[in-house]
Design a protein around this ligand. Structure first.
Ligand code: ATP
Length: 199
């Protein structure tokens, strides 16, 4: 089976996540996609006004419900300390020894990959699929792909797809001021029900 692993803060999930998931599923022919909210993201700060892990998991489940073959996993939320992809991949590899594993990332995370905890092991355990987040990034991504291949033997696919300039930061700023089009309906319903991100 071809399995995609898509981690994030999902604070909250948005249509950009749906978009990259679709590009990865189509481009790689994934059989399934795991959506994995981080407990303590090692590469960015969650901020004091972040939704709780429980809320982020519930919203990630609602995101999964709109992507065929996707499933939200809570394994990083159940682990203490920084949510290293290295630990997550080891767990998944142990459960699914035969699967072809693909890490799915946007360009911002892709460009930090060489500095991830145990980057060499991460890039040996899984191939990487990346989608640009901004126009004009492809050349830079190709350069980084070459660097990762030469340094770590990484296997990288740069996905085809439009750039969709939506982020959780934008959604948090827009709650109450027209975030409706930026998040899946189930996620929006939950944000309203819990009164999240109201400033
Ligand atoms: P924030 O604005 O809070 O930093 P974010 O929008 O980057 O959040 P995350 O949940 O941290 O959302 O992102 C998870 C993964 O999804 C990352 O690999 C990120 O690059 C990717 N991603 C997020 N939005 C997009 C998008 N619009 N297009 C492509 N990839 C995206």
């Amino acid at each position: 089976m071809k399995t995609g692993i898509f981690g994030g803060t999902f604070n909250p999930p948005h249509i950009g996540h749906v978009h990259i998931a679709g590009c990865a599923k189509r481009g790689l022919g994934l059989d399934r996609l795991f959506l994995i909210p981080a407990n303590i993201p090692p590469h960015k700060s969650l901020g004091i006004d972040a939704a709780s892990p429980r809320d982020r998991l519930e919203m990630t489940k609602r995101l999964a419900a709109c992507i065929e073959g996707a499933q939200a996993l809570s394994l990083e939320l159940e682990r203490e300390g920084p949510s290293y992809t290295y630990d997550t991949l080891k767990r998944i590899r142990a459960c699914l020894p035969e699967d072809e594993l693909w890490l799915v990332v946007g360009s911002d995370m892709f460009l930090t990959l060489d500095r991830w905890h145990e980057a060499g092991f991460v890039l040996r355990m899984a191939s990487v699929a990346v989608l640009p987040r901004e126009a004009g990034e492809r050349e830079m991504l190709c350069g980084h792909e070459t660097f990762l291949r030469e340094k770590f033997g990484a296997r990288v696919r740069i996905l085809e797809g439009e750039v969709l300039p939506v982020s959780s930061t934008l959604v948090r700023d827009r709650v109450g001021k027209g975030a409706e089009d930026l998040v899946p309906p189930g996620v929006l319903e939950y944000i309203k029900y819990r009164g999240l991100y109201v400033r």
